[in-house]
Design a protein around this ligand. Structure first.
Ligand SMILES: NC(=O)c1ccc[n+]([C@@H]2O[C@H](COP(=O)([O-])OP(=O)(O)OC[C@H]3O[C@@H](n4cnc5c(N)ncnc54)[C@H](O)[C@@H]3O)[C@@H](O)[C@H]2O)c1
Length: 480
C-alpha cells in the first residue's frame, strides 16, 4: 500500500528519485489549534519531542514553526535550560538557532525533564533518542528503553506515539507497543496510536531535508498509520508516504543505510584492485556511473558516524544470514589497515615515525566522533609504534588528546614524516607543505587532495588513485 497524502512539488512521488531534491514550498495555510487533536486537516495540536539532540531539536523547532505547540523532553538539564532560554545547543545546523529563538519567543517551544507530564499534555509524542550498539554489536536500547518508560505513564486515549529513531525490524510492534499498552491500560491502534517513521535527515542539512525527503510512515495498524500520516502532512512540506506497516517502514531505513554501506564496500574493493593495477578508480566510477543504472559510491578510509556503520548490525541482529552485509562491514573497517600498510611500505615501518592525522570527527563539518575511523586509525598507528599527532578544526586540544593523539596546532611546523587525511575538510587544501620539512608520504584518505601540488620528496597515496597522477601534477607545477 502506498498512499501519498501530500504530493511533492517535484512530481507525483519522489520515491526512488534523485538526491538533488528541490525544497518544497510551504503550502500550509494558517492552522486552527484544537484540543484534543484528532487529525483533522487544517488543524494543529501539541507534540512532545523526546530527545532534543542533533535531530530532535531541529524537529521540535520545525514543528513549532508549523503552528504546533511543542515540548522538548531531554535528560540533560543543560539542554532543557538552553531551550527554555530560547537557545539552540546544537551549533552545526544552519538556521536552527533562529528557528529555536523565534519558536521560543512565540511561546510555542519549551523544554522539560519530565517525560510523563509532557506525554500527558501532548496529542503526539515523537521519540528520537539514540539506539546504538553494545560491545557485541547488538542493539543497545538503554536510552530508548528509558525514554519509553518515562513517557508511558503519560500515554492517554487518543495519544499518537511515533518512533523516529532507527530500530531493528519488529521493535515498534513487539518491544515497545506492549510496554505502552501495559502502562496506559489501553489497546494500541484502538484507543491510542503507535507508528514508526524513520528519521532520514542529514546532519548539517536537517532543516532543508525536512522540506525535501519524503516522510515514510508505518503504524502498528491502519488507524495508527493514518493518524501518523496526518500528523506529518500537517507539519511537513515534503511528501508523506503511508506504508503497509511499522515493519516495512523500519526495514526501509535499514535497507537504505545498508545499501550505502555495501555500495561503499564495493567501491573500496574496486579501489584496492585499481591500486594494484595502477588505474584511477575515480575515473572508472565516474565513467561507470554515466550508465543511468550504475550508482557506485566513493571509496575511502571507511565509514563512520552513528548511522551507516551501525544499522547493518541492526539487520544482522535479526537476519544473520545476510552474508553480504557482514562482509561489507569487514571490508569498510579494513580500509584503515590499507592506509597503514601503504604508509608502512612507503617508510619501511612505523616504529618511532611521527604521523599527523588530519580530521578526527567522522566527517568534516560535523562534530561527532561516533564510529569515526580516526579512532582505530590513531590507535593502530600507535600500536605499530608511530608517534601520532592529530588536528580537527571542530575539536579542542583536550578533545584531541582524549583520542590518544598529541594535539597539532594548525599552521605550526611539524616533524611528521606521514600525513593521513581522514576527512575531506576543504581546509586541507590550504596545507603549507613548507611547514613539514620531513614529510615523505601523504595518504589522502578521502581522495580530496588529488589535485594538490606536492613537493618532489612527498609520495602521494590516494584510495585507488595512482601516485602517477600526482607525479604528473608535480611536473606540471614545476614547469610553470
Ligand atoms: N545525527 C544524525 O545524523 C541522524 C540522522 C538521521 C537519523 N538519526 C536518528 O536520530 C537518533 C538520535 O540522533 P541524534 O544525532 O539526535 O542524537 P544526539 O545524541 O544528538 O541526541 C540525543 C538526545 O537524546 C537525549 N536523551 C537520551 N536519553 C534520553 C531519555 N531517556 N529521555 C529523553 N532524552 C534522552 C540526549 O540527552 C540527547 O540530547 C539516532 O539514533 C538516529 O536513529 C540521526
Amino acid at each position: 500500500m502506498k498512499i501519498t497524502t501530500r504530493p511533492s512539488s517535484a512530481g507525483p512521488s519522489l520515491l526512488g528519485g534523485s538526491i538533488e531534491l528541490p525544497v518544497n514550498p510551504c503550502l500550509h495555510g494558517p492552522a486552527r489549534r484544537v484540543a484534543p487533536w484528532t487529525g483533522e486537516v487544517g488543524t494543529t495540536g501539541s507534540v512532545a519531542v523526546v530527545g532534543a539532540g542533533k535531530m530532535g531539536l531541529p524537529l521540535a523547532a520545525h514543528f513549532a514553526s508549523h503552528g504546533w505547540d511543542v515540548t522538548a523532553v531531554d535528560v540533560q538539564e543543560s539542554v532543557v535550560a538552553a531551550i527554555n532560554e530560547g537557545r539552540s545547543h546544537v551549533t552545526e545546523e544552519p538556521g536552527l538557532a533562529e528557528l529555536v529563538r523565534d519558536a521560543h519567543a512565540a511561546g510555542r517551544l519549551r523544554a522539560t525533564l519530565d517525560g510523563a507530564a509532557a506525554a500527558r499534555e501532548a496529542d503526539v509524542v515523537v521519540l528520537i533518542v539514540p539506539v546504538m550498539l553494545d560491545d557485541e554489536q547488538q542493539p543497545d536500547y538503554r536510552y530508548m528503553d528509558a525514554a519509553v518508560a518515562s513517557i508511558a505513564p503519560g500515554v492517554h486515549e487518543g495519544s499518537l506515539v511515533i518512533f523516529e529513531t532507527t530500530l531493528p525490524v519488529g521493535d515498534t510492534r513487539h518491544r515497545f507497543t506492549p510496554r505502552l499498552e501495559a502502562a496506559s491500560g489501553l489497546r494500541a491502534d484502538e484507543a491510542f496510536f503507535v507508528a514508526f517513521s524513520p528519521e532520514r535527515l542529514y546532519s548539517g542539512a536537517a532543516l532543508r531535508n525536512l522540506a525535501t525527503y519524503p516522510k515514510l510512515v508505518g503504524g502498528v495498524g491502519a488507524a495508527s498509520t493514518e493518524r501518523a500520516a496526518r500528523f506529518y502532512a500537517s507539519v511537513l512540506d515534503a511528501e508523506v508516504v503511508a506504508m503497509s506497516g511499522a515493519e516495512a517502514a523500519e526495514f526501509s531505513k535499514l535497507a537504505d543505510t545498508t545499501y550505502r554501506d555495501v555500495n561503499i564496500a564495493l567501491a573500496n574493493e574496486f579501489a584496492r584492485y585499481a591500486d594494484r593495477i595502477g588505474v584511477d578508480v575515480q575515473e572508472v566510477i565516474a565513467a561507470a556511473n554515466s550508465q543511468p543504472y550504475s550508482h557506485i559510491h566513493q571509496p575511502g578510509l571507511g565509514v563512520g558516524g552513528h548511522c551507516i556503520p551501525v544499522y547493518p548490525h541492526f539487520l544482522l541482529a535479526r537476519a544473520p544470514e545476510m552474508e553480504l552485509v557482514a562482509l561489507s562491514r569487514r571490508v569498510n573497517d579494513g580500509q584503515v589497515g590499507v592506509a597503514i600498510r601503504a604508509i608502512q611500505k612507503a617508510l619501511g615501518g612505523l616504529e618511532g615515525v611521527p604521523v599527523l592525522v588530519l580530521g578526527v570527527t567522522y566527517r568534516h563539518g560535523v562534530k561527532e566522533l561516533a564510529y569515526s575511523r580516526a579512532l582505530p586509525l590513531i590507535e593502530r598507528l600507535a600500536f605499530h609504534g608511530a608517534s601520532v599527532s592529530a588536528y580537527d578544526p571542530l575539536l579542542s586540544e583536550d578533545e584531541i588528546a582524549r583520542t590518544g593523539a598529541t594535539p597539532y596546532r594548525w599552521g605550526e611546523p611539524s616533524d611528521a614524516r606521514a600525513i593521513v587525511t581522514q576527512t575531506a575538510d576543504p581546509l586541507w587544501g590550504e596545507l603549507d607543505f613548507g611547514r613539514f620539512p620531513a614529510l615523505e608520504v601523504l595518504f589522502d584518505g578521502r581522495n580530496s587532495l588529488r589535485d594538490v601540488a606536492l613537493p618532489e620528496r612527498v609520495a602521494y597515496h590516494g584510495v585507488g588513485v595512482p601516485a602517477a597522477r600526482q607525479a604528473g601534477r608535480r611536473a606540471a607545477v614545476g614547469a610553470r
